[in-house]
Ligand binder design. Structure first.
Ligand code: SF4
Ligand code: SF4
Ligand code: FES
Length: 242
């Protein structure tokens, strides 16, 4: 793998050519805020724009999203300039206006000196006023889990992930990967008495035969067994007791 030197905030680092600036910065202890990027999800990133930084190369400066900008020879990145903070504040103001219920966005905005706004508590099952419409959840479902149970629907301020016709999805396996990946906690997943509820559907959980803890939906077990041929008895015990 070819390595290149990249300068970030005045410090020089060796990095694999074409890795994204965000990962190289984070690995070297330099903070750049991010929301919609997940290194495990190939088409994530480029949506929320909180990771904007200055990229200087060949005598030119551009504002770029660090999560999908590749490190190349001669690149100098600045993450902490007055321009970066001004643009980031603008992005966060817009996000906060869209999702005033999101603690993550409120905290990120506060760190840039943006004042609190009033909550707009959503009454629905999924927390609309926390969703920044980044599509990370739909990409996780399709690209990591390999199921296409949800998709982005509507436009503009109403854009959101949903199951087809907002009905319980027949293909959802209740794995919860979408909820775990969501950067703003906008997907409601609840568990009670061995039943997980997500995306308008109830999933019976399998209990560990040793500790009795419900730890994986039966539908997820069925899905893994049908795809991999794994022995069903493997799922009798939770990861802590295998
Ligand atoms: S819980 Fe359903 S929608 Fe979410 S990632 Fe798993 S299969 Fe996809
Ligand atoms: S629910 Fe979460 S991951 Fe999905 S689009 Fe909204 S903010 Fe992004
Ligand atoms: S984290 Fe880079 S655009 Fe969202």
């Amino acid at each position: 793998m070819e390595k290149v030197s990249v300068v970030i905030d005045g410090r020089t680092f060796e990095a694999v050519k074409d890795r994204c600036v965000l990962e190289v910065a984070h690995e070297n202890g330099i903070y750049i805020p991010s929301l919609c990027y997940n290194s495990e999800v190939p088409s994530s990133g480029g949506s929320c724009r909180v990771c904007l930084v200055e990229a200087h190369q060949g005598g030119r400066m551009r504002l770029v999203t660090a999560c999908n900008y590749p490190v190349r020879k001669g690149l100098e990145v600045k993450t902490d300039t007055p321009l970066v903070h001004r643009i980031r504040r603008g992005v966060l103001e817009l996000l906060l206006a869209r999702v005033p219920d999101s603690e993550v966005i409120r905290e990120m905005a506060a760190s840039e000196g943006i004042a609190e706004v009033r909550f707009r508590k959503d009454e629905g099952e999924n927390e609309r006023y926390k969703c920044i419409a980044c599509a990370l959840c739909t990409n996780v479902c399709a690209e990591v889990v390999g199921v296409h149970a949800i998709a982005m629907t509507e436009r503009g301020a109403d854009k959101k992930p949903a199951t087809p016709y907002d009905k319980p999805s027949e293909v959802c396996i209740g794995c919860g990967a979408c909820a775990y990946a969501c950067p703003t906690g906008a997907i409601t997943m609840k568990e009670k008495d061995g039943v997980r509820r997500i995306w308008h559907r109830d999933f019976q959980m399998v209990r560990c035969s040793v500790c009795g803890t419900p730890y994986i939906p039966q539908a997820q077990v069925d899905w893994i067994v049908s795809r991999t041929g794994k022995d069903r008895s493997f799922f009798d015990k939770c990861p802590d007791h295998r």
